[in-house]
Design a protein around this ligand. Sequence first.
Ligand SMILES: [Zn+2]
Length: 118
Amino acid sequence: MSSNPRYANYQARVNVRRWLKAQGRPCWICRAFGRTGTIDYSLPAGHPYSFEVDELVPVSLGGSPTSRSNVDATHRCCNQWRGNKTVEQVLRMAGGTRSESTPPPTESVSGVTSGLLG
Ligand SMILES: [Zn+2]
């Protein structure tokens, strides 16, 4: 039996999951690639587009699986695609940024007057 900090912190993990879900956080990886990243939180676990908690700094590298500053929401498939890439590597590939609860950059809207927040 190996001790897994994810299970040791089960309740904290549930809380952080609930916290992300309550915000309806989009997938940060999709957002980095300029997609909307909307997650359907009603999809069952295991579905390719279901919600997963992603550790920005992997637990294996000393990141906390329960710290709100070290987690964000991803699609399951995006999380699997990321594998053990660092956030920096993902952002470099995407040419984007990981935004904290902020709307996507306006440059993605071409030729359309943005009046979303009007
Ligand atoms: Zn995604």
